[in-house]
Design a protein around this ligand. Structure first.
Ligand code: CTP
Length: 419
């Protein structure tokens, strides 16, 4: 199992991948999208996985085992091995020792065989023998995917715990446009990460709500008051939480960042919307991490129409915006089952004193304090230097780390609260 504690203690090493040392069987079936399977094999290998490729007979018509052997550095198996000398137990060996089975692309035919327990080639035999989680990326004509028979097969497999990624809408090999394209390798990679995390990660079975970014408080229909938060730290927390096995609701104001695959994204703009989204999401959550830099003030009277220059310089009156963490504190133990609440303190002076008083006034279990006056830490940069202050008086000073490493460190502490 991936040791997150040992990992997060190694501050100077680059973020270790959940794929490191994992054995993944990659099934390739007879679809034109098989060529994208080679890209996926390459990405999984680069992420540290040991990838064993298994071809269905149809796959060999589109791509060759050599392609996959070249990118994975390992043997790619075909049906020739199923009927060969040593290989009568090959399927069992492959299936038993794997951490994850991915079938990408998966045709309607292989999908149907899997739903009904058929085992007439090395891939379907391996799938039947596999005891690990299974991830399927279907690829077929839109009409075939929409067919009640295929839909029923998807339902059967989903009920059995199989995870599906895609298919996506777009142009299909048939020349038609529909829902049947295999998802992009990056998306499948993201879903593989989530699937492995939910099997092996220390946060499996836990639900976290994570907020990210800043907020947009309207002045008039076109103007807003905002701040410099990029959302990077919150998105890194969401990604790390997914990899550690948590189900994650990410509540964020619009950012330039791509939401991690597998996250439940709730898009908000104002503090009021953030407050409503957070109070609703925490009802079923074990933990909340408020990484968003939410506004403290908002415009008292938002103009319905665009403010015009000819009317002179506007006098904009502000009022206090609701404090999300204060509202959460009043709900704790009542309507929410939250066991851990983490806040952030963005300070430009008296860092630890201010963070300590926020820890107490917002009734937090842990606060991550960062000095936003430093050029290499805080808003809109790739790194962060954070001190962790705990409600029981403990303190931890982390060195300058990437935001991914800070995220992993905070989540390791969150895991301890939830144990
Ligand atoms: N926060 C919140 N609701 C707000 C403002 C902030 O829940 N309206 C949360 C932030 O998400 C963060 C913590 O409170 O986790 C501290 O935010 P920060 O901006 O550092 O402190 P403030 O409470 O806003 O106080 P000040 O701006 O005076 O430092």
């Amino acid at each position: 199992m991936h040791n997150y504690r040992a990992h997060s203690a190694g501050y100077n090493c680059a973020t270790m991948s959940i794929f490191s040392g994992k054995r993944i069987i990659l099934g390739i079936t007879g679809s034109i999208a098989a060529y994208k399977g080679a890209d996926l094999a390459s990405k999984l290998t680069q992420a540290g996985a040991q990838v064993e490729t298994v071809f269905s007979p149809g796959a060999e018509k589109f791509v060759t085992p050599l392609t996959f052997q070249s990118v994975t550095g390992r043997k790619a198996f075909t049906d020739a091995e199923l009927w060969g000398g040593e290989a009568h137990v090959l399927h069992v060996g492959l299936g038993h020792s794997a951490d994850l089975l991915i079938i990408a692309p998966c045709t309607a035919n292989t999908l149907a065989k899997m739903a009904h327990g058929q085992a007439d080639n090395l891939l379907t035999v391996t799938a039947l023998a596999a005891e690990c989680p299974t991830l399927i990326a279907p690829a077929m004509d839109g009409g075939m995917f929409a067919h009640p028979a295929t839909q029923e097969n998807v339902r059967i497999l989903t009920e059995r715990g199989v995870t599906f990624v895609g298919p996506a809408p777009g142009h299909l090999a048939s020349g038609l446009v529909g829902v049947g394209r295999m998802s992009e390798p990056l998306e499948i990679l993201g879903m593989a990460r989530v699937t492995l995390g939910r099997k092996l990660g220390p946060l499996r079975g836990k639900r976290l709500v994570i907020t990210a970014g800043g907020s947009l408080e309207p002045i008039d229909p076109v103007r807003v008051i905002s701040n410099r938060s990029s959302g990077k730290q919150g998105y890194a927390l969401a990604q790390a939480a997914l990899e550690m096995g948590a189900k994650v609701t990410l509540i964020s104001h619009p950012t330039a960042l791509t939401a991690p695959v597998g996250v439940d994204l709730v898009s908000v703009e104002t503090v009021q919307q953030m407050l409503e989204a957070v109070t609703s999401a925490i009802r079923a959550a074990d933990g909340l991490i408020m990484a968003a830099a939410v506004a403290d003030f908002r415009v008292k009277k938002v103009s319905e129409n665009k403010l015009k220059k000819r009317d002179g310089i506007p006098q904009i009156e502000l009022e206090a915006a609701p404090d999300v963490l204060a509202a959460v504190a009043s709900l704790r133990g009542d309507v929410s089952r939250l066991k851990v609440v983490v806040g952030f303190a963005a300070e430009s002076r008296d860092l630890l004193e201010n963070a300590q008083s926020k820890l107490i006034s917002k009734k937090l279990d842990l606060i991550a304090a960062n000095d936003i006056s430093a050029v290499d830490a805080g808003f809109a940069v790739e790194t962060n230097r954070v001190s962790l202050l705990f409600a029981d008086g403990r303190r931890e000073e982390l060195p300058l780390l990437s935001k991914d490493e800070v995220a992993e460190h905070i989540l390791t502490r969150v895991t301890e609260f939830l144990e």
